[in-house]
Design a protein. Structure first.
Length: 420
């Protein structure tokens, strides 16, 4: 039998899904981060990767023909020539790159996705200016790139979804001259940008060490990966312009399938390539992490059942855990708005759910205003998709059919990518 493994490294943990040639799930397992700090530590990612592989039944493991990995967008790290990280990772929402904004604006075209405090390029410039490095060669990698390296052993390979926020031109499928000229002239010449391949394209076979340690077939290949939100989109089954996927995980990520590409750094909007179409969207720091800050999972379920989804709460928040958002307001100094907080926790949750829904609506309205396809349907992925009250509230605001995707796990999307 031919099986395909998708690995998802998200904001709350890591997951594995194995599918067969008919895209049916045959095995799945997960690894949960104990705290937010764990997600910054590459050795924890490695432990999670090996844990996931070990937890797949041996009979299934030996039939896996291809593996694809997704990671959080613009989560990056520097490695030495042996692939050993020399810093902790800079996560997707790390905004220390705000100090690089003037430099970014001087080298990148206006409205480019890299002109953001959280872009991969902003983080690269910050690392160059703030980390003491020797004269050896270093590799700048994204989370999925480094995890893939642990399996195939080829250092410095990425995919065109992950490198979008590094400045890679996904239209021309090459690094643009403005970026290569800048890297060659001003960035340390011993920092290598990754080689870029198509998501799902073969990188190479798993290493002998991986075969021996985990019982994988030596014929098993590792494919170019993608980002977690792209993988979730692939998993949803959305395939027609106008269809969208909202990922309601720790953060809020919108992806609208469109024939028209839209990029506008002013609003944190960028387009990922998906074959001949474009996934237009952005990511907000609001989402499930804010809800879990105030409520346990049991409270979320219990209180949600007490909310009338057709009633207005009368509360208007901008739910964030710390200052700064990326989309639909791209402002690293944006302050959370979480007052007034009613004594009744049901009312407070009602206000939070409505406020996240309003941010989602504002995001889709902005995408359409800038030329993306007209919204016709929204599939929902992530933990928030399991909350029917939240789904009804969001449907009331969005005004289009809103439903849980049949498959909501980004790992399932990565498994589909591997099967291609």
């Amino acid at each position: 039998m031919n099986f395909y493994l998708g690995l998802d490294f998200g904001t709350s943990g890591a997951r594995a899904v194995v599918i067969n040639s008919n895209l049916e799930v045959k095995a799945q397992t997960q690894y949960v981060w104990q705290n937010a700090e764990e997600n910054k530590l590459p050795h924890v990612w490695q432990n999670a990767l090996f844990h996931l592989l070990n937890n797949i039944p041996q009979e299934t493991r030996k039939e896996i023909r291809a593996i694809a990995i997704d990671g959080t967008s613009a989560t990056v790290l520097l490695c030495d020539g042996d692939g050993k990280p020399v810093t902790e990772a800079l996560l997707y929402n790390d905004s220390r790159g705000v100090a690089m904004m003037n430099k970014l604006k001087s080298i990148a075209p206006s409205n480019h996705p890299v002109i953001s405090a959280t872009s991969s390029l902003a983080k690269l410039l910050w690392l160059v200016e703030n980390i003491s490095l020797s004269n050896q060669t270093y590799y700048f990698l994204h989370q999925a790139d480094w995890l893939g390296f642990l399996l195939h052993g080829k250092l410095g390979v990425s995919d065109y979804n992950n490198v979008l926020k590094l400045g890679y031109d996904v239209g021309e499928l090459s690094y643009p001259d403005w970026l290569t000229n800048f890297v060659n002239s001003e960035v340390r010449k011993n920092i290598q940008l990754p080689e870029v391949i198509t998501p799902g394209a073969t990188v190479g076979n798993v290493t002998t060490e991986v075969v021996n340690n985990f019982g994988l077939s030596p014929e098993c290949v590792v494919c170019g990966g993608t980002t977690d939100s792209i993988a979730a989109f692939i998993a949803s089954g959305a395939n027609t312009p106008g269809e969208a996927v909202t990922s309601l995980g720790s953060t809020l990520v919108l992806k609208l399938l469109s024939r028209t590409r839209v990029d506008d750094a002013k609003y944190g909007i960028y387009s990922h390539r998906l074959g001949d179409l474009w996934l237009v969207g952005g990511a907000s720091n609001t989402g499930g992490a804010v809800l879990r800050h105030f409520f346990t999972d049991a409270e979320l379920e219990n209180f949600s059942m007490q909310i009338d989804p057709n009633a207005e709460s009368g509360l208007d928040y901008y739910p964030l855990l710390q200052k700064g958002d990326r989309f639909p307001i791209n402002d690293p100094e944006l302050l959370p708005r979480l007052d007034p907080q009613p004594e009744n926790p049901v009312m407070f949750l009602h206000g939070l759910l409505e406020s996240i829904a309003r941010i989602e609506l504002r995001g889709y309205q902005l995408l359409q205003a800038l030329g993306a396809a007209t919204l016709t349907k929204v599939y929902t992925a992530g933990g928030g998709s399991k909350n029917p009250t939240f789904t009804e509230i969001r449907g009331r605001y969005l005004g289009v059919p809103t439903m849980k995707a049949v498959y909501t796990d980004a790992a399932y999307g990565s498994a589909i990518l591997a099967s291609r």
